[in-house]
Write a protein that binds this ligand. Structure first.
Ligand SMILES: Cc1cc2nc3c(=O)[nH]c(=O)nc-3n(C[C@H](O)[C@H](O)[C@H](O)COP(=O)(O)OP(=O)(O)OC[C@H]3O[C@@H](n4cnc5c(N)ncnc54)[C@H](O)[C@@H]3O)c2cc1C
Ligand code: SF4
Length: 489
């Protein structure tokens, strides 16, 4: 005889994953508005009822910051949306961002038990729903409170925090810096973020385009961090205007470095100095931060051409290709040296790029950019085949002799990776670096070779993900708290 419980489970398994409404591809390539429109309350509750509330929820194992996924989904199914958000915020201070950009298919959703036979619970979409719902009500505070007191009113904060009235400097306002700052502010520290650019957010503001992460969402998440008491100083290039030693000698008890990996790599092939060749970093910064996407209101110089190639297969390449389409290109060629299976981009971005008419030219690698009168005219490529897996675990691409061919283009965007900018690290005495220029830091605590200095995010790991940067910021905050309280290094 089938028990009532197992009957209920079978019924749940039969519910199909709730799709997310989107702008249709023909329309969206003419604008920079967000593509995925988010769940309605009805969608979210329906999707939450698919969750089996597993005894041993494997989804949590897949989350780099250990969000109690099962509980927040349960709260959504009971329509306790604010509580669901509070549950997420226990572990993640930027849920509206993570709900949009995290590679859930490789993390929590990959581990979800439903993924064995069907599609996993849409954990990311549910996270986004509860965060957006709160942000749309213009309320930026959850039940977060200073770590010094259960009561979040400023007077009691003042009283309870006297003992930990220490100053901490955070360098960089990307997800690593923002998270570390937020966590330390909750513990009662006086936290200042020093950011080189004129806008807060790191890659979230200068790299990821509006159609994937609207600036107003980021602004609201940043306001939330500020509401915890964090001060943000913009246009402060540390290493130039101040050094880490200046900070440590001028009242900061500890410093966290979250400066990311913003230095673009090129292929070192002939023709890369031609006009019309961009790094993805420059191209996306011109579009996002310098507002070329708001043409004609902003007439920022950027290639608005008919035929353009983007080289690479990650999120950066997808963002560049989809930006090019929206800036008016008719033919956008995405050139990648491996096959689609090896592409590191999120599945959703690959799907969206295809729907928008981006032409994928796979197993192909550029060998030269050919120009005329100083401007890009063609890209010369070779066909590739896949050999044995390399150190990254992906099959190594190898050129096929005699397969050279040209593609007519007027601009190229190189999206083949980024490395660490040496500006800060070269001015910090006693800071050990890896062979490739990243900061050597303990993976659990972010502790560097320099006393009182911690680091995390892309500047330690190399280009990775938002959630890993946040995880590093969070664990460094714990370690900084311990160090400042005990003085033990
Ligand atoms: C175009 C693009 C798309 C991406 N898409 C995704 C995605 O969909 N999902 C995902 O999970 N990840 C994505 N990533 C990767 C992700 O954004 C990064 O892994 C993450 O932002 C790293 O965070 P971070 O805080 O370490 O550094 P960053 O976000 O790079 O922030 C570093 C900050 O430090 C500042 N800084 C640097 N030097 C100094 C200095 N000397 N003084 C003061 N400030 C300084 C920089 O201006 C910057 O604001 C993408 C990356 C790019 C470039
Ligand atoms: S593994 Fe999937 S079904 Fe199980 S609790 Fe997590 S989200 Fe729900």
């Amino acid at each position: 005889m089938v028990s009532e419980k197992s009957n209920k489970r079978t019924k749940k398994v039969k519910i199909r994953r709730t799709s997310m409404p989107e702008q249709n591809p023909e329309e969206r390539i003419k604008n920079f508005k967000e593509v995925a429109l988010g769940y309605t309350e009805e969608d979210a509750v329906k999707e939450s009822t698919r969750c089996l509330q597993c005894k041993n929820p494997r989804c949590i194992e897949g989350c780099p910051v250990d969000i109690d996924i099962k509980s927040f989904i349960d709260l959504i199914s009971k329509k306790e949306f604010d509580k669901a958000l509070d549950k997420i915020r226990e572990k993640n201070s930027l849920p509206a961002i993570c709900g949009r950009v995290c590679p859930q298919e490789d993390q929590c959703e990959k581990k979800c038990i439903l993924a064995v036979k069907d599609k996993p619970v849409a954990i990311g979409r549910l996270e986004r729903f509860v965060a957006d719902r709160k942000l749309s009500k213009n309320s930026i505070t959850g039940n977060e409170s200073s770590g010094c007191s259960e009561n979040n009113n400023s007077k009691s904060k003042e009283l309870d925090c006297k003992s930990s009235n220490k100053k901490i400097a955070i360098i960089g306002s990307g997800p690593a810096g923002l998270t570390c700052a937020g966590e330390l502010a909750k513990k009662g520290y006086k936290v200042t973020i020093f950011e080189a650019l004129h806008k807060t957010g790191g890659v979230l503001v200068y790299g990821i385009p509006e159609f994937r992460l609207p600036k107003k969402i980021l602004e609201k998440e940043v306001k939330f961090v500020e509401s915890l008491g964090v001060e943000i100083k913009l246009n402060m290039v540390i290493g130039k205007v101040l050094t880490i030693d200046d900070m440590l000698n001028n009242g900061y008890s500890s410093v966290f470095i979250g400066t990311g990996a913003g230095l673009p790599y090129f292929m070192n092939i002939p023709g890369e100095n031609l006009n019309g060749v961009y790094s993805a970093n420059e191209y996306l910064t011109r579009s996002n931060l310098m507002k070329a996407y708001l043409f004609p209101e902003y007439d920022t110089p950027i290639a608005r051409v008919r035929d353009i190639a983007v080289v690479g297969g990650g999120n950066v390449a997808m963002d560049s290709a989809r930006t090019a389409k929206r800036l008016g290109a008719k033919n956008v060629y995405l050139i990648y040296r491996r096959s689609e299976v090896e592409m590191p981009a999120r599945n959703e971005e690959i799907e969206h790029a295809k729907q928008e008419g981006i032409e994928f030219i796979l197993l192909t690698n550029p060998v030269e950019i050919v120009g005329s009168e100083g401007w890009v005219k063609k890209i010369k490529c070779v066909k590739m085949k896949l050999g044995e897996p390399d150190e990254s675990g992906r099959r190594r691409p190898m050129p096929i002799n005699g397969s050279e061919h040209d593609i007519d283009i007027e601009a190229v965007v190189m999206a083949i990776g980024q490395g660490p900018n040496p500006l800060l690290t070269s001015t910090a005495s006693g800071l050990k670096l890896t062979r490739r220029g990243y900061i050597e830091a303990d993976t659990q605590t972010g502790k560097t070779s320099k006393k009182g200095v911690f680091a995390g995010g892309d500047i330690v790991t190399g280009a990775a993900t938002v959630i890993l940067a946040m995880g590093a910021g969070k664990s460094a905050a714990e370690a900084i708290d311990k160090y400042v309280k005990t003085g033990i290094w």
